[in-house]
Design a protein around this ligand. Sequence first.
Ligand code: NAI
Ligand code: MG
Length: 408
Amino acid sequence: SICEVAQASSRDVDAAVAAARGALRGWSALAPTERAKYIFRIARRLQERAREFAVLETLDSGKPIKESRDVDIPLAAAHFFYYAGWADKLEYAFPGRTPRPVGVCGQIIPWNFPLLMAAWKIAPALACGNTVVLKPAETTPLTALRLGEIFEEIGLPPGVVNIVTGDGRTGAALVAHDGVDKIAFTGSTEVGKRIASAVAAPRSDGSLKSLTLELGGKSANIIFEDASLDQAIEGIISSIYFNQGEVCCAGSRLFVQESILPTVITKLRHRLASLRVGDPMDKNTDVGAINSRAQMEKVNHYINLGTHEGAIRHDAGTGDLPSRGFYCRPCFFTDVQPSHTIAREEIFGPVLSVMSFRTPEEALLRANNTPYGLAAGIWTDKGSKIFEVARKLKAGVVWINGTNQFDA
Ligand code: NAI
Ligand code: MG
């Protein structure tokens, strides 16, 4: 193990919420341009410390250093820059309305993009004049704690952001707390449902908390026969194997037009074999370690289930995986039926289900046949098809001939 981290009790959560409440009046009364200066300073400090953060993130989470260095840390800094710019423009964004802070925001985040998730949650809340109690995931609290030090280093007033570590019990105490005005959560659908019902109970003064939930996904990519195939394959590879598939909007279902199915499968196998799985600290590693033993066991359970239900598994190579740590060989399944568990449930690992379709209508029907709706991708050269299909896909984000665009 690297270190020990405290399990915050409900008394610790009380103290954090009290600090956030105490800081609220001063922080929200600051001139927006002054709030922006603090947030810009956070962004710059993050940039200066980028290497340290990248190493810490990879040590803690198992994601490849290449990704924490080139994606997680720069994007986290970019979000602080972006939201700093909003602080003094909010009054112009909603004509006729005066935006007001919500108050004390309780924010609970998962382990797949630890620092980036913290940035997504904290930066906009601060820009709008809120104060924060953040609970990082129990397996990945280190970059959030280091970020807490940065807040002190740049002189952010005490109490504006408070970080409490611990598992679901700490999270539940934060959700139940009467002094919290809003809960923002990213994580499993199961816990999201539990939080929604807890937040449905009015507070002691009769008011309700606000709530934002970002939950699971089973996103679809659709490749049409007229697509630029090599470009599409690169996109698919990045869509499902990026961050070991531990991505909420991972394109875990692939629908391929029937005429090009054999070609796509051949190209996928070929590209999969070239992925390097291994030591996350090695800068040549493409697929790092699964975040925890529990998550690895969950992914392996689904892989076994896929074979058991009759789908055919295609693996990435046969080389040895490191003997220490939680590794999973990236794979994809063909001969997948829509009723198969691997085609329906979120796996959150490097596992792709490949299915085929004949017409755009059939692709749409099958892609939309899911209770989820985070993201989707379309691969085609035809502009008319892009507009037609994108409009009818039930997903919050639709990427066209591309994937994983997370600009602020
Ligand atoms: P989780 O939903 O239990 O954990 C996410 C966060 O919620 C963590 O900070 C955790 O400590 C906290 N939490 C857990 N129980 C809580 C409760 N009762 N009240 C308040 N906070 C609570 O997710 P977990 O168990 O780590 O992963 C399970 C599955 O969830 C994964 O296999 C994956 O399928 C999915 N997941 C989806 C994510 C997404 O971004 N869509 C992120 C993480 C997990
Ligand atoms: Mg859980």
